[in-house]
Design a protein. Structure first.
Ligand code: KIV
Ligand code: ZN
Length: 514
């Protein structure tokens, strides 16, 4: 392998990322993220797990039919049904990939699969052969690879490469590996899999010990040529390796890492925001690269240094990841054209109808708020477009509250085209609003979490509310933004209820231990 080769970026935000609790997305939302990932320059997009649910199948199919540049991968267990269904979903893609997996560790084979190693080997080979009969782009993953017996791992990899696998993936499924040890394993696999030159070696790390990025970088150094990542590091449990950390490590330290990627780094920040908006999973402020504080200098001595020469305390330029220095741009008098070009600069491409909708909302907001910032515009896009197919929507809200009255809320909703209105009291204004919405929608979800923050600075800032709801064991997140925090709370609650409805209609059959 050439040490200076380009690393293949395999993004699994739409599959492993969607396994973050409450992060399920609908078809339109997944398509929007997939389109953005393609623009970001991702080489392989794992669009979903078609056998998991009808909703996932439909979303993967739509993504496969739409994307023209990135490869579109479908995850399948090593069985005939999954692989047939997976292929059915991606067969129209310009560059389809079947990704099939089975566990290879002693622990998983014995307790989870109740299979002998020889049976696992046989099933892996059979499935790869079937996948290879559909496409010459087949990936095989040895689940729990980092805890598998290395000689057995190599035996499986050798056999699946002979059967037609063009990528073999070594996952640290439970985030147990330590960088030096993981690098040793990568080297061992490369040296002890005789036909390794016929396939790409990939790694897929989880972040249970906070080492996913370190392990991935160590693997790159040891010779891995594909890395599996997600935006903002979202994913099962503590998440996956984050795309932005790996890509920016390579870009910032070219002397240490001769490898490059095809990622358009200035689209990293808009993509991070989009994923956060759609999934409702907030990015922690101190998160590397994409957190709100990642480029904020608090200490006077640092600020002084940065003014004299940014490189004193900034190892990356904010513009490199698409963070505009001055995002205060639009106001009441800005026209459609200015709004559209700014939206495009932010990384979004809206249709004419979508722009009409966002422009209308922009004008309404500009009446209430003097200066409109990027965060406001993103919230409008989220409100106006990403929520197009909804069961419930808010028509009006009126709240009475204060220190001398009993909080009361009157709300009118549109429920599948029908108007429903009512009023009720509560412990506080938000409680009153949630009580009446729950009554009108006839839903009984439990509010697990409620958070509120200001989208921008200033007292006229929009409030952004995130809720986490649970009903019948299903968890969904909801988000809403508005200058009126009670309205923002109502929008977040309604958004969460819409997501719960979607999940009820599209139940995800979670395959064991994915
Ligand atoms: O973590 C894991 O092992 C996976 C595989 C399906 C690649 O997500
Ligand atoms: Zn995983």
């Amino acid at each position: 392998m050439k040490q200076d080769s380009q690393i293949i970026i395999f993004d699994t935000t739409l599959r492993d990322g969607e396994q973050s609790p409450g992060a399920s997305m609908n078809k339109a939302e997944k398509l929007r993220i997939a389109t953005q990932l393609e623009k970001l320059g991702v080489n392989v997009i794992e669009a979903g797990f078609p056998a998991a649910s009808e909703g996932d199948f439909e979303a993967v199919k739509k993504i496969a039919q739409t994307l023209k540049i990135s490869q579109v991968a479908a995850l399948c267990r090593t069985n005939e049904d999954d692989i047939k269904k997976g292929w059915e979903a991606i067969k129209d893609a310009a560059h389809p990939r079947i990704h099939t997996f089975i566990a290879t560790s002693e622990l998983h084979m014995k307790y989870k699969l109740s299979m002998e190693p020889s049976q696992v080997l046989e099933q892996a080979v059979k499935s790869v052969k079937l996948a290879a009969s559909y496409t010459d782009n087949v990936e095989f993953s040895a689940e729990d690879g980092s805890r598998s017996d290395p000689p057995f791992l190599c035996k499986v990899f050798e056999a699946v490469i002979d059967a037609g696998a063009t990528t073999v993936n070594l996952p640290d499924t439970v985030g147990y590996a330590i960088p030096e040890e993981f690098a040793e394993l990568v080297k061992y696999v490369m040296e002890n899999t005789p036909n390794m030159d016929k396939a790409v070696l990939s790694v897929h790390c989880h972040n249970d010990l906070g080492l996913a990025t370190s392990n991935t970088l160590a693997a790159i150094k040891a010779g891995a040529r594909q890395v599996e990542v997600t935006i903002n590091g979202i994913g099962e449990r503590a998440g996956n390796t984050s795309l932005e950390e790996v890509v920016m490590s390579l870009a910032t330290r070219p002397n240490f890492f001769p490898q490059t990627t095809s990622i358009v780094t200035k689209r990293i920040y808009p993509t991070s925001r989009l994923v956060s908006m759609i999934t409702g999973i907030l990015v922690q402020p101190n998160r590397a690269i994409v957190g709100a504080n990642a480029f904020a200098h608090e200490a006077g001595i640092h600020q002084d240094g940065v003014l004299k020469n940014p490189m004193t305390y900034e190892i990356m330029k904010p513009e490199t990841i698409g963070l505009s220095k001055n995002n205060l741009v639009l106001g009441k008098h800005s026209g459609r054209h200015a709004l559209n070009s700014h939206i495009q600069e932010m990384g979004y491409n809206l249709s004419k109808e979508e722009l009409d909708l966002v422009f209308q909302k922009f004008k309404n907001l500009a009446d209430k708020k003097k200066s409109i910032q990027d965060e406001d515009i993103e919230a409008l896009i989220n409100e106006g477009i990403l929520r197009s197919s909804e069961v419930f929507s808010l028509e009006y809200i009126h709240v009475l509250s204060g220190n001398t009255v009993f909080p009361t809320a009157s709300v009118q909703l549109n429920i599948n085209g029908r108007k429903a209105q009512g009023a009720t009291e509560g412990n506080g204004p938000i409680d009153a609003v949630y009580n009446i919405i729950s009554k009108l929608t006839n839903t009984k979800s439990e509010l697990l979490r409620f958070t509120i923050s200001a989208l921008t600075e200033g007292t006229d800032a929009q409030g952004e509310v995130t809720v986490r709801l649970q009903e019948d064991g299903i968890v969904a997140l909801g988000k809403g933004a508005d200058p009126d925090i009670i309205t923002a709370s109502a929008l977040a609650y309604i958004n969460g209820l819409n997501r719960l409805e979607y999940l009820k209609e599209h139940p995800v059959v979670k395959p064991e231990n994915l």
